[in-house]
Ligand binder design. Structure first.
Ligand code: PMM
Length: 291
């Protein structure tokens, strides 16, 4: 366990404190084809109801996505993605006070979601759309910048790195600098190694083991392992039987440097994080677990 560093995350009018306790980002996929919850929340009313439920369960952020980025997923037409996200964000904004993020790679979708009341842009392509940085800057939005090798349609075909940890760390450092050059404050940015995005199980495990090296970039680290194939690799379980494995891996990630976890199972994750955070603090109080 490393001593945690407290850092602010500025997201429009809101400021989140990272590093004192783990923040839980609840996943709300308004898609027909996401790998574990595809089709469940395509109906906007059901999506909003699930968002309200997650806020009640203790989610610190609700992450609304309108395009599946699972391996092999086909891209969604921009209008369809925007329509899915916009309605849900607008209605959720009326119903919950927690920050809302939009999981999108498209500047136009990000803009529509921010106009509908979102606070954060979760961009799995880390500003690959040149207009994205401008939208985030203009709104003063929070930004999650994630590493991905290739594109969702093909990224799992043959992911290859000579040193996955160094390459992901270099990429995130460079993206943080690019964001700053585009006028996005460092305090707006959170970094994410992109578990499962163009990575073999061994790549994912190496990155999770090396989280302190990503935390050393000076910004909070977000990790998404919920129900992913890396959990299946470790447990041998299919997608819908990965809850316990996901919780265990998320706990391990926060004890090893993650500040925010992106999860499907909000209630159980909040419980697990309360336990992990308290025990980590006890460890530090008793002088064990320090570097
Ligand atoms: N994983 C998925 C989608 N979006 N965003 C971030 N920042 N990090 C992730 O690990 C991530 C993401 C894929 O999972 P899902 O289909 O369950 O949403």
């Amino acid at each position: 366990m490393n001593a945690r560093v407290e850092r602010l995350w500025r997201c429009r009018a809101r400021t989140l404190l990272c590093g004192r306790r783990t923040l839980v980002m609840g996943i709300l996929n308004v898609t027909p084809d996401s790998f574990s919850d595809g089709g469940l929340y395509l109906d906007p009313e059901r999506a909003v109801a699930r968002g309200v439920e997650m806020a009640g369960e203790g989610a610190d952020v609700i992450d609304v996505g309108g395009e599946s980025t699972r391996p092999g997923a086909d891209p969604v037409p921009p209008e369809a993605e925007q329509a899915r996200v916009e309605t849900v964000v607008r209605e959720l904004r009326r119903r919950v006070s927690v920050p809302i993020s939009v999981d999108t790679r498209r500047a136009a979708v990000a803009r529509a979601a921010l106009e509908a009341g979102a606070d954060i842009v979760n961009d799995v392509s880390a500003l690959r759309d040149p207009a994205m940085a401008e939208v985030i800057r203009e709104f003063g939005a929070g930004a999650v910048l994630m590493h991905m090798q290739g594109e969702p349609a093909t990224m799992q075909r043959a992911p290859a790195y000579s040193d996955v940890v160094a390459e992901v760390a270099d990429f995130l450092r460079e993206r943080l600098e690019a964001a700053a050059a585009a006028g996005i404050g460092r305090e707006q940015v959170v970094l994410d190694p992109g578990i499962g995005f163009g990575k073999t199980p061994e790549h994912n495990l190496a990155l999770l083991a090396a989280l302190p090296r990503l935390a050393a970039l000076g910004r909070p680290v977000l990790v998404g392992v919920s129900r992913k194939s890396v959990v299946g690799h470790l447990t041998g379980r299919p997608v819908h039987e990965r809850r316990a494995g996901s919780l265990a891996l998320a706990v391990w990630a926060v004890l090893n440097g993650a500040d925010i976890v992106r999860v499907h199972d909000v209630r159980d994750s909040c419980d697990a994080m309360s336990v992990a955070d308290r025990m980590a603090a006890e460890g530090l109080r008793h002088g064990v677990g320090m570097d």
